[in-house]
Design a binder for this molecule. Structure first.
Ligand code: ZN
Length: 164
């Protein structure tokens, strides 16, 4: 398995929309395995394909309860509210407090092209929502309060200067 390069803010691909997949072939399975390998290597809780430069609707998560792969994920329901600090492998060193629904129901397909539904709450619900955001070009800095955004302004400027 290969370690993929994680694209960091402000890489333009992070702002693009990912396309749904119509079939899952060997190449996609390899990509999902490599994404998992990279997520563990960088100690992330989740990863979305655009973060490794691929505009396909694939997300993976593992909050310590097992690896979850989801292709073409769609948020069906969400409820409640929860505030928590969140990080992102595309924003190394930055943690921001973000408010998100506490519980979600999502559907998608797994590696075997089987349709699955996942009900999640708390941290897992948060990570799934974070990764689905990536598929729509949405980042943590879009979800923070204006005050918090002001607090991380300098760090973001630094990231923009050292663009890779
Ligand atoms: Zn992220």
């Amino acid at each position: 398995m290969a370690n993929l390069e994680i694209k960091r803010y402000p890489h333009p691909i992070l702002r693009k929309k990912a396309r749904p997949l119509t079939r899952i072939d060997e190449q996609i399975i390899t990509l999902i395995d490599d994404m998992a390998h990279s997520m563990y290597a960088f100690r992330g809780l989740g990863l979305a394909a655009p973060q490794v430069g691929i505009l396909s609707q694939i997300i993976i998560t593992d909050i310590g309860t097992g690896l979850l792969n989801l292709v073409n994920p769609v948020l069906l329901e969400s409820e409640g509210e929860d505030r928590m600090e969140e990080g992102c492998l595309s924003f190394p060193g930055i943690m921001v407090e973000i408010s998100r629904p506490f519980r979600v129901l999502v559907k998608g397909i797994d590696k075997k092209e089987k349709e699955v539904q996942i009900e999640a709450e708390g941290l897992l619900a948060r990570v799934i929502q974070h990764e689905i955001d990536h598929l729509h070009g949405k980042l943590i800095i879009d979800r923070v309060s204006p005050l918090h955004r002001e607090l991380i302004k300098n760090e973001l400027k630094k990231m923009k200067r050292k663009k890779q």
